[in-house]
Design a binder for this molecule. Structure first.
Ligand code: MG
Ligand code: MG
Length: 255
């Protein structure tokens, strides 16, 4: 069921989203060569804690998961696409890091992700990160009243395919509200003019993820969580929680 939010709910979701944006900014600031992924999780935890927010990631146990998720961020490095578990791994020069973070505040959820490079970037990684971020921007631009879910999906897929990147079909965006994952699904590829019409008060987490090697396939690590490219090429992931409004798309997860 697709839930349309009231304007008061959108304002409440903005506050949850602000915590997510602030946590991601803090993690990005803390990320440097030699810093562990666990330390980045602690950074996000303290932002959530100070804001009085909860984590929809911590303890999350979806159907595919063998164990509850143990952290408040996902940290996916290099060939890891999404759902990486923050562990003792210390960042190295040139690592491409994708951080996904969620928060719940006053009963509402926010969900966002960023990718960035630690230290000296490789040109091909910069291109991957910039293109994935551009796909998110194009998708948000398409998230207007009167358009449809397929227009958002088409915007993401067009940018990714034009760059020659792979797109894993089983993972994408989603509705969001009191729960982190709600209807409708928001695929990262689709046909324009198809799918659910976008209305004022619909809130979506839009999240392009692109694989540099151009293949769509992925593998799951033995931990049951981390998704990895099959060819070990790198991946990038960006996400914002966005409200469709009569005044245009409203990004709820900016800092
Ligand atoms: Mg997310
Ligand atoms: Mg999401």
């Amino acid at each position: 069921m697709v839930e349309i939010k009231t304007d008061a709910s959108l304002d409440a979701m903005r506050e949850a989203g602000r915590v997510v944006g602030t946590a991601l900014a803090a993690v990005r600031e803390a990320a440097a060569v030699g810093v562990s992924l666990r330390r980045l999780d602690e950074t996000a935890r303290s932002v959530l804690h100070e804001a009085g927010a909860g984590s929809p990631f911590l303890g999350y146990t979806p159907q595919f998961a063998p164990t509850p998720f143990p952290a408040v961020i996902c940290a996916s490095v290099n060939d890891a696409i999404v759902h990486g578990i923050p562990d003792g791994y210390r960042l190295r020069d040139g690592d491409l890091v994708s951080i996904d973070c969620g928060a719940t505040l006053a009963g509402w959820a926010g969900d966002a992700a960023v990718s960035f490079i630690v230290g000296t970037p490789r040109p091909e990684d910069l291109r991957l990160v910039e293109t994935t971020e551009r796909a998110l921007a194009a998708a948000i631009e398409a998230a207007v009243v009167g358009a449809r879910i397929g227009d958002i999906a088409h915007a993401v897929g067009t940018v990714g395919r034009a760059a020659g990147y792979g797109i894993p079909a089983d993972f994408g965006g989603h509705g969001i509200g009191r729960r982190m994952h709600e209807d409708p699904p928001v695929p990262n590829e689709g046909r324009p003019g198809r799918g659910l019409p976008l209305r004022h008060g619909l809130v979506l987490a839009i999240e392009p993820m692109f694989l540099a090697g151009g293949r769509d396939a992925y593998l799951t690590d033995p931990d049951g969580w981390t998704l990895r490219t099959v060819d070990r090429t790198r991946a990038a992931h960006f996400e914002h929680t966005v409200a469709i409004t009569d005044d245009g798309p409203r990004i709820l997860t900016a800092p």
